[in-house]
Design a protein around this ligand. Structure first.
Ligand code: FAD
Ligand code: SF4
Length: 491
């Protein structure tokens, strides 16, 4: 460790967000560049604590103190090597991870934690993405179904181990939620395309607009209009192993009168259309907030992504409703270090405008004579049990309502039904301790096996499932397995 007093000399820092009035006029990423000298100071705050709890906080087990030290010394190429040893896609986690590692940083006990995620991003951006083809063929064929972060991580690991990997994706392009969920202002898709080019050069074959399973397009709009359907049994017959990585795509619905009115949409219907328009696949988004009064139901990250999109489309007004009360500004006594801090966070989208309303539940959606939504009625609720507060009813005029209340799990038709896969108690695809489903040779990883989660967990799942598949095919594996199927976040 080069600077034993770095954490005393420098405060926590990070890049500035671009000015609000400018950034809402375009779709480019929100953050400005971070100067190299500032980065080295931030890395120097890592205090060589001896027992780095950040390793436990990060599901990938990223070697955080090692690369902080290398960055502080300006040895970026070695830092990039250390980072890629545990993380296939640090340019994604560096931008999008909520950074549970920082909640576990030892410096965070009585000070601000190290800006680990920012250091990770800058290392990732400094690296040249060279393809690392395996150079030897195992003769085995693996089908990966779904091209989100879990499927991509599994595909890259398996290709590097020498297997021929084909990724099936029913959408127009690969990427899963990275492409059609997360908006451009959080992740410019050129970043994703750069990584996909590396996978292709390593031998991964992508078959897009190809759905595995007859009825798997039960979620409206999630497949390319031209998608062809391959029976799951045919894929099982043609490949030595299958990795299912289809995500947790079934969104939680709102059971209130008026749900079927025109102008009420799931967050993914809305975000998918906006992302398709951003990438130029369609001329204009099929659902637009332009000039409309908008209500977003759901105060989480998906709701915040809708909020930032609504701002950029030029809405007349926007409210974001959350059924839970606001979180405190600091950790509570029941939420100690090194667990994930349950504190109020303000995303870039919140900073850009809109009104956040907490502890409210929607009771009814009202329509006009043409059947379009015109107002939302909500009521304050109190804990425990979300009991309605008498006399607290209010009406919000709106022409667009976006439902962002989370996801209930994977689609149960399609490949899951055709391969007769067992589900677990939470409705995810059940798996054993080696990521194998109830059917021999069929594995599951990512949100499809874990339930709605995070990109860092999806990558960790993809890496671990790849190690399990490699062992299944070859009798042994040198691939790393950072997590087990039942491993949970520190809490
Ligand atoms: C709007 C939104 C924003 C988010 N933002 C963040 C964030 O900022 N940070 C973070 O850490 N996490 C975020 N998440 C969560 C994160 O995106 C997911 O946890 C992660 O993408 C899960 O990865 P996955 O590979 O399991 O599945 P997905 O990314 O959902 O990918 C699954 C893919 O499988 C395809 N597929 C499904 N079935 C079939 C089939 N039968 N045949 C062919 N293809 C199929 C789907 O089309 C899809 O492309 C966000 C989630 C949403 C919805
Ligand atoms: S992947 Fe997430 S948890 Fe892991 S080091 Fe990066 S920011 Fe932290």
């Amino acid at each position: 460790m080069g600077d034993p007093k770095g954490f005393l000399s420098y405060g926590r820092g990070g890049p500035r967000r671009r000015p609000i009035e400018l950034r809402v006029l375009d779709w480019r990423e929100v953050y400005e560049a971070f100067p190299e000298d500032d980065l080295r100071q931030q890395a120097a705050r890592c205090m060589d604590c001896g027992i780095p709890f950040c390793h436990e906080g990060c599901p990938l087990g990223n070697l955080i103190p090692e690369w902080n030290d290398l960055v502080m010394r300006g040895r970026m190429a070695e830092a990039a090597e250390a980072l890629h040893a545990t993380n296939n896609f640090p340019e994604l986690t560096g931008r999008l991870c909520p950074a549970p590692c920082e909640g576990s940083c030892v410096l965070g006990i009585n000070s601000d934690p190290v800006s680990i995620k920012q250091v990770e991003l800058e290392i990732a951006e400094s690296a040249t993405l060279r393809p690392l083809p395996s150079g030897r063929g195992s003769g085995k064929q693996v089908a990966v179904v779904g091209s989100g972060p879990a499927g991509l991580a599994a595909a890259q690991q398996l290709a590097r181990a020498g297997h021929h990997v084909v990724v099936f994706e029913r959408a127009e392009r690969p990427g899963g939620l990275l492409r059609y969920g997360i908006p451009e202002f959080k992740l410019e898709k050129s970043v994703l395309d750069r990584r996909l080019a590396q996978l292709r050069k390593e031998g991964v074959e992508f078959r897009v607009a190809t759905a595995v399973g007859e009825s798997c397009t039960e979620v409206p709009g999630s497949a390319a209009p031209t998608a062809q359907v391959l029976p799951a049994e045919r894929v099982a017959a043609d490949f030595d192993a299958i990795v299912l990585a289809g995500g947790a795509t079934v969104s939680r619905d709102l059971a209130v009168p008026g749900r079927s009115l025109a102008g009420v949409h799931s967050a993914m219907e809305y975000l998918r259309g906006s992302n398709l328009a951003c990438e130029g696949s369609i001329e204009a988004p099929p659902i637009s907030a332009r000039g409309r009064h908008v209500v977003i139901i759901g105060g989480g990250d998906t709701g915040a992504d809708c909020l930032g999109t609504v701002h950029r489309q030029g809405a007349a007004s926007v409210h974001q409703l959350e059924i839970m009360p606001p979180l405190p500004g600091e950790r509570g006594a029941d939420n100690p270090w090194p667990t994930w801090p349950l504190i109020m966070r303000t995303s870039s989208a919140h900073e850009e405008g809109g009104e956040r309303v907490f502890a409210v539940a929607t009771t009814v959606l009202r329509g006009d004579p043409a059947g379009r939504v015109r107002a939302l009625v909500c009521q304050s609720v109190q804990q425990p049990g979300f009991a309605p507060l008498p006399g607290s009813e209010r009406e919000l005029a709106c022409e667009l309502v976006l439902l962002a209340m989370g996801f209930t799990g994977c689609e149960r038709g399609g490949a899951v039904a055709e391969l007769a896969l067992a589900l677990d108690a939470r409705g995810n695809v059940a798996r054993d301790d080696h990521f194998m489903t109830s059917r021999d040779g069929v594995f599951v990883c990512g949100d499809m096996g874990r339930g709605q989660s995070l990109i860092v967990w999806a990558i960790a799942e993809g890496r671990s499932a790849a190690a399990a598949v490699d062992t299944y095919l070859m009798g042994r594996s040198d691939l790393p397995a950072p997590i087990t199927p039942r491993q949970l976040a520190l809490r």
